[in-house]
Design a protein around this ligand. Structure first.
Ligand SMILES: C[S@@+](CC[C@H](N)C(=O)[O-])C[C@H]1O[C@@H](n2cnc3c(N)ncnc32)[C@H](O)[C@@H]1O
Length: 316
């Protein structure tokens, strides 16, 4: 791996650079899950397999890791990272599924496990998705305005932008993006799409930039950051998935089992906090956050919040 966090690989003389995802709060997550040999663990957001690799090492050789991701491309990377990396070492059993984490019950059943001991959800998108222009998550590189984590899902960001009314656009950008200029941005989107369909990430980024008051164009983050986040969250129904995923985790965990969630958005963190209070003995009275050193190495860790709870005997 080089300094830019990308991995170079040679393919018949053709140099290909693949973005690599760095797991956030890795040491803290492994510690809070109290992993040990033989546990059955669900990683609902297996991604590139960073957390999963550490989990597999901790539960080997008799444990079982059930990994889910709704992005089939990413799941292929996870498979490469998790399965058969060390022929000499006894590995835990790994069972990977192209499913949203709300379906973890089905994934566990397919792996022959009625219940699990631990669940991890590391929410949001992976750097591997963000950094690939063709997936349409990024305003930094031009690509089709897609943003679907599951490429088989019916509605892309371009579809959603084409058919959503101005009021709904403004409300979504305000609520999920926490963007105070949401009304101006929504109006600009509606005016722009009357002239020409909005189908590229660079096109949307420019519309947002032009809609911002001059003083808001030069902040710490790119002016389109919040709008892109809101559209990504609605296209992938991320809050709905989180609520369904937490309920599924409660059903799947044995009493005494641990649920850990890493979130990057205040609305998600609030949902997790209230859910844990209602159904679990809370391990993290305050969320665990990344150290200054981790944020320095990996700016994505800046907004990460890790919460953990122990499923109560009487939880329903
Ligand atoms: C932050 S990354 C996880 C990174 C992973 N922990 C690692 O260390 O490599 C989030 C991943 O979760 C997936 N994802 C997001 N929401 C999901 C959901 N509801 N169900 C399944 N996978 C989801 C994304 O496709 C992405 O690969």
């Amino acid at each position: 791996m080089d300094d830019s966090g990308t991995k170079s690989s040679s393919d018949g003389g053709h140099e290909e650079r693949q973005p690599v995802h760095r797991p956030v709060l890795l040491r803290e997550t492994v510690a809070i899950l109290e992993l040990r040999e033989g546990l059955v663990v669900v990683d609902g957001t297996v991604g590139a397999g960073g957390h999963a690799r550490a989990i597999v090492d901790a539960i080997a050789p008799t444990g079982v890791l059930v990994g889910l991701d709704r992005d089939s491309e990413i799941l292929a990377a996870a498979r490469a990272a998790l399965v058969g990396t060390d022929g000499d070492r006894a590995e835990a059993r790994v069972s990977l599924h192209h499913l949203p984490f709300s379906c973890m019950r089905e994934a566990l059943a397919a792996a022959g496990q009625p219940r699990c001991d631990r669940v991890l959800l590391d929410l949001g998108v992976s750097s591997m998705q963000l950094d690939r222009a063709e997936r349409g998550f990024s305003f930094r590189a031009d690509g089709p305005l897609d943003m679907r984590m599951d490429s088989a899902a019916p509605t892309s960001a371009a579809d959603w932008l084409a058919r959503t009314g101005e009021q709904d656009l403004a409300d979504t950008i305000y609520r999920l993006g926490e963007e105070r200029h949401s009304r101006r941005i929504a109006r600009a989107i509606v005016e722009a799409r009357r002239r020409k369909p909005i189908r590229r990430t660079a096109q949307l980024a420019q519309i947002v930039l032009d809609a911002m008051p001059a003083a808001a164009r030069h902040g710490r983050i790119h002016p389109a950051t919040r709008t892109f986040q809101a559209i990504r969250m609605v296209v992938n129904d991320e809050l709905g998935e989180l609520e369904r995923g937490l309920s599924a985790a409660l059903e799947c965990l044995r009493p005494g089992g641990r649920l850990a969630v890493i979130s990057f958005h205040s609305l998600e963190d609030r949902v997790v906090k209230h859910f844990l209070r209602a159904h679990c003995d809370v391990v993290t009275k305050k969320p665990v956050e990344a150290s200054a050193a981790e944020v320095h190495d990996n700016p994505r860790a800046r907004s990460a919040k890790l919460r953990c709870g122990i499923r109560r005997e009487d939880a329903a």
